[in-house]
Design a protein around this ligand. Structure first.
Ligand code: NAP
Ligand code: HSE
Length: 407
């Protein structure tokens, strides 16, 4: 079986989950190289082969043996140049990098199309929730015109803990960082940039219209106080960082990220901790909701690994027809002489073909005998060889037909 070779750029929260998932469950994928910033940093992966590590990501994007480059390092530089180089070198891309997609998606998808390569990014939007593939495939027949979502795990975690446990903002942010939910620079989370990158890409594919990142309104949760959370609660609301997108008939898109007071009975008010949720409204489906873990090592690895497997779906090896085993109906005309049927038996025997039935239906006006034999389970190539030998035999006038029996 041909193994698919992947190179991974980044071995932080997501990269670590991907390596563990692939190494533990998927023998058909070979991790050829892993690029990191610091090869001497301790890694939380039992039995990691250190010789796979490099601090030169070019060793991945320029490696002719690698089929798929998995970019899980984050940020725009140098990730953008590395992805472009990898595509130009004929590699497919799997990425979790929503920032790059929101800022440079258009140019990357055009390049990939030109080079006949694919970029998959299920992990970039809502971590472990499968949302990109459903929107692009099974929901494609819909006209989606509204999205309301919680797309950032870190901020939802902070708001939940502040609300339910009365925890302090700084304390919970630190916890979210330790749990691997937050971006390398958590400003991206708490100021709403991360959710903005995600809603831009999601709305682009859901509305089938390119939404530009610089046109959207964004506000984070840093101004939300414990007092706001308490007062909102008294009034029957939860404060959530909501990413929303609407498109009107004229094709104008209202896309934004900001905190909102959500009525306590609303489904989004009850999405807690690192869980994300996406509500889509479209025709003909109506309202549809996706929910699940929005960040963290394994949920995100699930999406990245799913994309890798989708790109590497194994081609089944075809069994040559000559190597198949079947039972056969062989219809032939023999000379009407003693021993003709015996010749058939001898030739079949020479080619390891057992006969289970023989039928002769009298003789024809041209003095040939019409004979049908049924074989036992035999290799096709042996049967073909036997037929060749029969054609050469003076006892066999004509081979009329060969039909395989259903077992
Ligand atoms: P992370 O923990 O900060 O890991 C980043 C990794 O990239 C580290 O291993 C780092 O190497 C490596 N790296 C950084 N610069 C590099 C360079 N120039 N060359 C080679 N390697 C380099 O980040 P993460 O949380 O795994 O996130 C990675 C990406 O996934 C980001 O785009 C993020 O937005 C996205 N994402 C994250 C989550 C999540 O839950 N964390 C969920 C969905 C999507 P060292 O280890 O040597 O420092
Ligand atoms: N920092 C992001 C979050 C990671 O908290 O949602 C998942 O994209």
């Amino acid at each position: 079986m041909k193994k698919i070779k992947i190179g991974i750029i980044g071995l932080g929260t997501v990269g670590t989950g991907v390596v563990k998932t692939i190494s533990n469950f998927w023998d058909s994928i070979e991790i050829t190289k892993i690029a990191v910033r610091d090869i001497n940093k301790p890694r939380n992966i039992e039995g990691l082969d250190k010789s796979l590590l490099t601090d030169k990501a070019e060793e991945i994007v320029d490696n002719p043996d690698i089929d798929i480059v998995v970019e899980v390092m984050g940020g725009v530089n140098p990730a953008l140049d590395l992805i472009k180089k990898a595509i130009n070198n004929g590699k497919h891309i799997v990425t979790a990098n929503k920032e790059i997609l929101a800022k440079h998606g258009e140019e990357l998808f055009l390049l990939a199309k030109e080079k006949n390569r694919v970029i998959l990014y299920e992990a970039a939007i809502a971590g472990g929730i499968p949302i990109i593939m459903p929107v692009k495939t099974i929901l494609r027949a819909n006209k989606i015109n509204k999205i309301a979502a919680i797309l950032n795990g870190t901020t939802n975690y902070i708001l939940t803990k502040m609300d339910k446990d009365g925890a302090s903002y700084d304390e919970v942010l630190k916890e979210a960082q330790e749990l691997g939910y937050a971006e390398a620079d958590p400003t991206g989370d708490v100021e709403g940039f991360d959710a903005a990158y995600k809603i831009v890409t999601l709305a682009t594919i859901a509305f089938n219209k390119r939404i530009k990142i610089n046109g959207i309104y964004r506000e984070g949760i840093t101004k939300i106080t414990d007092k706001d959370i308490k007062l909102a609660k008294e009034l029957g609301y939860k404060i959530k960082l909501i990413a929303s997108a609407k498109i009107d008939e004229a094709g104008r898109a209202d896309v934004r990220v900001h905190p909102m007071l959500v009525p306590e009975g609303h489904v989004l008010a009850n999405i807690n901790n690192v869980t994300n949720a996406i509500m889509l409204t479209g025709k003909p489906v109506g309202e549809i909701m996706f929910t699940g873990p929005g960040a963290g090592e394994f949920p995100t690895a699930s999406s990245v690994a799913g994309d890798i497997l989708a790109l590497s779906a194994e081609e089944a090896e075809n069994v040559e027809i000559g190597e198949t085993e079947n039972r056969y109906y062989i219809s032939l005309n023999t000379t009407d002489n003693p021993g003709s049927i015996g010749v058939i038996g001898t030739i079949c025997g020479n080619h390891k073909i057992n006969l289970t039935d023989i039928l002769q239906k009298g003789t024809n006006p041209d003095s040939t005998a019409e004979v049908v034999v049924i074989t036992g389970l035999s290799k096709e190539k042996n049967v073909k060889e036997a037929l060749k030998e029969m054609k050469k035999s003076s006892a066999i006038v004509k081979i009329n037909n060969l039909i395989r029996l259903m077992n």
